[in-house]
Design a protein around this ligand. Structure first.
Ligand code: PLP
Length: 374
C-alpha cells in the first residue's frame, strides 16, 4: 500500500466484531484473564490499549519503521527518548535552532543530571562535525525544517557523521511530516513528532510519537520508561489522532502548496523577507529539494523591516490569520515568536511565523498584503 492509502484507511481498519469501518474507542483500563488465567491481548492500559496501539501501527507504517510509541505530548515523547538513552557523563548535541521549549528543557536536564550538552545549528555540517566527540556523544537531536527559521539539515550527511562518532540520531520531523520526509530512510535511528500538529491536524488533540529504525535495547528502554511513568496517550486522544491522520496527505499536500504560493507572492511586497525551504533564495534549498518530496511544508516565516514593533503592528492589522501559538491545524496561524521565547532567544525580533492551513490562498494573501502594505 502507498502511504496515502494506508493513512486514508488507517491500515484497512475494519472492526472484526462488527464490520465497522471506524475502529471503536477502547476505554477499558484493565482486561480479564481467561479460564487458564491467560490474557487475550492487553493487560493494563498504561502498557497497551488497542486504540493508541492502532495509531502506533499507522505512524510506524507512515515512517517506514518496525515500531512506534505514542505519548501524551510531543515533549513527553522527546524527553522520554533523551532520558532513556542518556546517562550522566554522556554528551548530547541539541538543536541551537529549533523548538525553544525542548532547548530550555535540555539545558535544565543536562545541567542537573551531569549530561554534557552542546547546542549546534545542525544545518551547518562543519559545526556538527566539530561538536561530535567520538565515543562520548550518545545522541544528536536534529529538527528539520527547524522552527522558526526553517533551516534544513542534510539528514543523510548528518547521520553519517554522527554514526561514525558512535552517536545515535533522533529527528524531530514535526514540520516535515511523513508526507515530505521519512528520516529513517536517511539513516536516522529515531523519528519524533509533535502529533499535536499536522498528524492530528485540527488543533484539538495534544499528542507525541516516536518511531524507531530498530527494535533494539534503546527502544526497549524507551518503552520501559513510558510503562514506568505512564505518559501514554488516552484512548479518546488516540481516536482523534487516528481520525486526523486519515486526511494527512490531502491536508498537508494542499497547505504546503498554498505555503509555496504564498512564499512567492510575499516576495512582491515591500518591507518583507521570506524564509521558506521551497524558495531558491533559501540557504539549504538544494538539500530540501533532495530530501523533501511533494513540496516543502506548510510552515514559513517572514521578517518585517522595522523590527519587533513593525512585526507586531502587522499582526494587529490582520483580520483572517489567527494570532496564536502552535501549528499544523486547518486554520492559518501567525505568531511573533520573539514575544513568546523571550530576549535570550536566537529568533530574530522582526520574525513572524506562519502556519498555513486550508483556507483559500487568495484570502490568506490579501489579508497579509493589507496588513503589510496598507
Ligand atoms: N517539536 C516541535 C517542532 C514543536 O513545534 C512542538 C510544539 O510546538 C513540540 C516539539 C512539542 O510538542 P507538544 O506541544 O505536543 O508537546
Amino acid at each position: 500500500m502507498r502511504p496515502e492509502t494506508l493513512a486514508a484507511q488507517a491500515l484497512h481498519a475494519i472492526d472484526e466484531a462488527t464490520g465497522a469501518v471506524v475502529p471503536p474507542i477502547h476505554l477499558a483500563t484493565t482486561y480479564a484473564r481467561d479460564a487458564s488465567y491467560e490474557l487475550r491481548g492487553p493487560g493494563y492500559t498504561r502498557d497497551e490499549n488497542p486504540t493508541p496501539g492502532h495509531v502506533e501501527r499507522v505512524i510506524a507504517a507512515l515512517e517506514g519503521g518496525p515500531g512506534a510509541l505514542v505519548f501524551s505530548s510531543g515533549m513527553a515523547a522527546a524527553t522520554a527518548a533523551i532520558r532513556a538513552l542518556c546517562k550522566p557523563g554522556d554528551h548530547v548535541i541539541g538543536p541551537r535552532i529549533g523548538y525553544f521549549t525542548l532547548r530550555g528543557w535540555l539545558e535544565r536536564f543536562c545541567a542537573r543530571w551531569g549530561v554534557l550538552l552542546d547546542l549546534v545549528d545542525t544545518s551547518d555540517l562543519a559545526a556538527l562535525a566539530t561538536a561530535l566527540r567520538p565515543g562520548v556523544t550518545r545522541l544528536v537531536w536534529i529538527e528539520s525544517p527547524a522552527n522558526p527559521t526553517w533551516q534544513i539539515t542534510d539528514l543523510t550527511a548528518a547521520c553519517a557523521l554522527a554514526h561514525a562518532a558512535g552517536a545515535r540520531v533522533a529527528v524531530d520531523s514535526t514540520a516535515a511530516t511523513p508526507v515530505h520526509t521519512r528520516p529513517l530512510e536517511h539513516g536516522a535511528d529515531l523519528v519524533m513528532h509533535s502529533a499535536t500538529k499536522f498528524l492530528g491536524g485540527h488543533s484539538d488533540v495534544l499528542a507525541g510519537a516516536l518511531v524507531t529504525a530498530r527494535l533494539d535495547e534503546d527502544w526497549a528502554q524507551i518503552a520501559l520508561l513510558r510503562h514506568d511513568e505512564g505518559a501514554c496517550l488516552g484512548p479518546f486522544e488516540a481516536y482523534l489522532l487516528l481520525r486526523g491522520m486519515r486526511t494527512l496527505f490531502a491536508r498537508v499536500e494542499r497547505s504546503s502548496r498554498t505555503a509555496f504560493w504564498l512564499a512567492e507572492r510575499l516576495l512582491e511586497l515591500p518591507r518583507v523577507t521570506v524564509r521558506y525551504p521551497g524558495l531558491a533564495s533559501h540557504p539549504q534549498h538544494a538539500i530540501a529539494a533532495r530530501q523533501m518530496q511533494r513540496g516543502y511544508g506548510s510552515m514559513l516565516s517572514i521578517q518585517i523591516e522595522g523590527g519587533a514593533p513593525a512585526a507586531l503592528e502587522v499582526v494587529r492589522r490582520l483580520k483572517l490569520w489567527v494570532p496564536a501559538t502552535s501549528l499544523g491545524g486547518v486554520e492559518s496561524l501567525i505568531e511573533h515568536r520573539f514575544t513568546v521565547e523571550g530576549p535570550t532567544t536566537p529568533t530574530p525580533p522582526d520574525l513572524l511565523r506562519l502556519s498555513v492551513g486550508l483556507e483559500h490562498e487568495d484570502d490568506l494573501f490579501d489579508d497579509l498584503a493589507q496588513a503589510i502594505a496598507p
